[in-house]
Design a protein around this ligand. Structure first.
Ligand SMILES: Nc1ncnc2c1ncn2[C@@H]1O[C@H](COP(=O)(O)OP(=O)(O)OP(=O)(O)O)[C@@H](O)[C@H]1O
Length: 243
């Protein structure tokens, strides 16, 4: 279980961007974080793997408070936390399989990583994941030639190559058309179910959050204003959250 307790963050003295936020996220579930622009969704997500070092609170995974870890221990803990991004963060000049293989760099020696020396097992695993994403025919195509939806599926395969317990997704469908967005969300659902992943996803689309999330956390001006099931997120609550 991923446990967040009393997380707070201020970038500047006069403004609180995350204000005493607490929630749990369970294996095999999708937690959607929603809220208006500037509510603190990205700050929260990036605090979960300590890409942003928060000012107060705890983030606990496997009994470890990530906020207290030194640099080396945090690097090790981050191997359990994959991340996908709105803008994919792929290397466009590399092929799909090369990008996916980058996902296992964190568990390789620096030298093997630098020389891009991957084992037969790692290559087979990358190809299997590419197949799960429905991208087998593109495995040896440079990512620059893919659509946004295809790139996001490469990003998911790369994150899964890391063997994470947690998958953090920062607005993964914000740049996608509705059909590609559905495909990406379907894949996140399958992966959460099949691999008992803890998925935390920032979303702008309330309908998608209601349709896919087991658990919804809503933020407004840095504070948690809703924490419950999709069924409990009534239209009236949505109105309150978005104002
Ligand atoms: N690096 C930074 N320095 C100063 N203030 C920041 C920084 N990053 C974010 N903020 C502020 O913190 C607040 C929360 O920002 P954040 O990006 O987390 O919100 P968000 O809900 O993800 O917004 P959006 O939906 O527009 O991406 C905003 O008021 C933002 O201006």
């Amino acid at each position: 279980m991923l446990t967040v307790q009393s997380l707070s963050k201020s970038y500047t003295r006069d403004k609180v961007s995350l204000n005493d936020v607490s929630f749990d996220a369970q294996p095999g579930t999708i937690t959607a974080v929603i809220g208006p622009s500037g509510a603190g969704k990205t700050t929260l997500l990036r605090s979960l793997n300590q890409l942003i070092r928060d000012d107060a609170g705890t983030v606990t995974l496997n009994g470890e408070n990530l906020r207290l870890l030194n640099k080396r221990a945090l690097q090790r803990a981050r191997r359990n936390i994959g991340m996908i991004f709105q803008n994919y963060n792929l290397i466009d000049a590399l092929t799909v399989v090369e990008n996916v293989l980058h996902g296992c760099l964190g568990r390789k020696s620096t030298l093997r990583g630098m020389l891009a020396l991957y084992s037969a097992d790692e290559r087979a695993e990358a190809m299997a994941l590419i197949g799960e994403m429905g991208l087998s025919e593109f495995a040896f195509v440079q990512c620059r030639h893919l659509s946004g939806g295809q790139k996001q599926r490469v990003g998911i395969a790369r994150a899964l190559m890391q063997h994470p317990q947690v998958l953090l997704c920062d607005e993964p469908i914000a740049s996608l058309d509705p059909k590609s967005a559905t495909l990406v969300m379907d894949i996140l659902r399958q992966q959460a179910d099949n691999k008992q992943l803890i998925v935390v996803v920032n979303l702008h689309q309330v309908a998608i959050a209601r349709g896919y999330a087991d658990h919804i956390v809503a933020l407004n001006q840095g504070a948690k204003v809703f924490d419950g099931t999709a069924a409990a997120l009534t239209d009236a609550r949505v109105q309150e959250i978005y104002g």
